[in-house]
Ligand binder design. Structure first.
Ligand code: ATP
Ligand code: MG
Length: 411
């Protein structure tokens, strides 16, 4: 894409009302627009990142048998009353409204209830199980504080998956495959080394559920990490005394700030029992379906990547989720034809490039390139006898290349 055609512009100054680094950088780069605290729109560059993250997650969810759906935002009060999750005392993040008829509705903040209710139409026998469904859906939550940019939205995109299985054994097998898939996802978006499986309280079958926490100084959570064992526990578990069970010693754990990028939870048969989702086993006996719920904060993940990997000059996108892989900068009118040739060549071979063809100074182009954080910067300038200056945004490493050698090394 030509940068002159992007309607968004970069900004030098920090937005006044923004205290989080992720939103500051993303707003300055024109990736997102702030509508109000905790509510952000995704602009062309930001949307490309979001879609890339979603596609990685989608691939991994499909790999373990997930089927994609989209449930509704509007929720029926009556359904959530069945499981006692409608009242503000039980769930303090509901946004609620009412229909013209007077009926109360809520805006979905999670979807266990409606999906489980819907599954009554499709699940009746052990032959109908297992079922694994997931969605990318915009959740609405009336969060008390929204000061962490897109890491805590009042409106945010979540991937939520739900598993319906016959028993504990088949549930656990799937649960473990989700743990593996989540590790692959965090690895693929560039957070593998910083993200730890973390024991949290709650959940059926065991005394804990799991979170995936990315170590981050600006994270809202505190976790206790064993780098050696590559696991962590959260505060609830530290206080709850599950340590012994996990074979961890308090003295071996490091207290660090982190951000929860994923959460997985076993409901056992409780939720299905409450909502009336039963199946007949091989002997004809009626049993509640076992439910598991598996979330990833897609937009939070994007914010965490920005916070965790940026430097003093701007964002540093991992190649896997960068809006474009290459940033071509042409320095001066005379070099436009040459830059265009590089751009065309990369397009021809399917390498995504953003071409800065704007009539602004070289300095401004360099600053913007650092801020936008595309992995490879290619400068078409007058120096180096027509060779291209190719710089790695992350390492700062520079090389001279011809168009052919550039294409070759990028492929
Ligand atoms: P937190 O403890 O951070 O409030 P949670 O435990 O309420 O999150 P879940 O209901 O388990 O979150 O949601 C699944 C995932 O969605 C979380 O692991 C997190 O990555 C993401 N998430 C939750 N709340 C928000 C939010 N307000 N903004 C962005 N992402 C969120
Ligand atoms: Mg949580």
């Amino acid at each position: 894409m030509r940068q002159s055609e992007l309607f968004t512009k970069t900004r030098r100054e920090t937005p006044k009302d923004e205290v989080s680094k992720n939103a500051e950088l993303l707003i300055r780069g024109g990736f997102i627009h702030k509508e109000m605290a905790g509510v952000y729109a995704y602009l062309p560059l930001g949307l490309r990142v979001l879609e890339k993250i979603k596609n990685i997650v989608r691939e991994e969810m499909n790999k373990i048998g997930g089927e994609e759906i989209i449930m509704t935002t509007l929720q029926r009060k009556e359904l959530w009353e069945v499981t006692d999750r409608w009242s503000d005392e039980k769930v303090d993040v509901w946004f609620k409204s009412s229909l013209k008829s007077g009926a109360e509705v809520g805006f979905g903040w999670s979807h266990e209830e409606p999906i489980t209710e819907m599954m009554k139409n499709f699940i009746g026998s052990y032959k109908d199980l297992p079922v694994y469904v997931y969605q990318f859906q915009t959740k609405l939550r009336n969060e008390l504080r929204a000061k962490s940019g897109i890491m805590r939205g009042r409106e945010f995109v979540m991937k939520d998956m739900y598993s319906y299985t016959t028993d504990e054994e088949s549930h656990k097998k799937f649960y473990d495959s989700v743990v593996e898939a989540y590790h692959r996802i965090f690895e693929r978006v560039g957070l593998g080394e910083k993200t730890f499986l973390t024991y949290a309280s709650g959940g059926a079958f065991t005394d804990f559920s799991h979170e995936f926490q990315t170590v981050l100084p600006t994270g809202e959570d505190t976790i206790y990490l064993s780098r050696e064992k590559k696991v962590a526990i959260n505060k609830e578990v530290l206080q709850g005394g599950v340590l012994e069970k996990l074979g961890l010693k308090k003295s071996d754990l490091e207290e660090v700030a982190a951000s929860e990028v994923g959460n997985i939870f076993s409901f056992g048969g409780a939720k299905s029992e409450a909502l009336g989702l039963f199946f007949k086993d091989e002997s004809g006996k009626s049993l509640p379906v076992t439910l598991g719920s598996y979330g990833i904060g897609i937009t939070r993940l994007m914010g965490v990547v920005v916070e965790a990997l940026s430097d003093e000059k701007g964002i540093v996108w991992p190649e896997s989720i960068a809006p474009f892989r290459v940033h071509i900068l042409s320095l001066g009118e005379k070099l436009k034809a040459k830059a265009q040739e590089v751009y065309n060549k990369l397009n021809e071979v399917g390498i995504e490039a953003l071409y800065d063809d704007r009539d602004i100074s070289a300095g401004e182009k360099f600053n913007d390139a650092d801020l936008l954080g595309l992995p490879v910067r290619v400068v078409v300038g007058e120096k180096h006898e027509g060779k291209l200056e190719v710089k790695n945004r992350k390492t700062g490493e520079e090389k001279l290349e011809t168009v052919e050698s550039l294409v070759h090394s990028l492929k």
